[in-house]
Design a protein around this ligand. Structure first.
Ligand code: ZN
Length: 139
């Protein structure tokens, strides 16, 4: 049976499949072929909503996958740590502000919240600058 060429086969000779290069993102090993080589790992990240997964890479072996995962993990942890810190500082600075309104000094508020005075002052300045206040926390 000759069959009909698929829509994507129109641009190449009938019946011929194009070889592709697959390479391992960790060790840079290259494999030429029609498909992802047997035993390799394909890493995809779901983006949700039924959208096509985002392909992060191909890995030729578990050690290569592991090495890459460690890199992804370190990157993700750094991003999460930054987000955590930003969230924590926002929460702390909000509580500190309430304490200041109640007449506490920055030092006393910092002590109560377990934050060094200089750090708390820095966060408050950032908050007030974002709001456009000109007042500077001096106490
Ligand atoms: Zn590899």
């Amino acid at each position: 049976m000759s069959g009909k060429p698929g829509p994507s086969a129109a641009s190449r000779p009938f019946g011929e499949r194009t070889e592709r290069s697959f390479f391992c993102r960790s060790c840079k090993r290259v494999h030429r072929g029609l498909w992802v080589p047997e035993g390799w790992y394909v890493v995809e990240r779901a983006v949700g909503g039924g959208a096509r997964h985002l392909r992060l890479g191909l890995y030729c072996s578990l050690p290569c996958l592991e090495q890459a995962a460690a890199g992804h993990l370190a990157e993700a942890q750094a991003v999460n740590a930054q987000a955590d810190l930003a969230r924590d500082s926002a929460r702390i600075v909000e509580r500190a502000e309430t304490m200041l309104h109640q007449g506490m000094t920055i030092r006393a508020a910092g002590d109560a919240l377990g934050v060094p005075t200089s750090t708390l002052r820095h966060w408050l300045r950032g908050l007030w600058r974002r709001r456009g206040y000109r007042a500077r926390p001096e106490n």
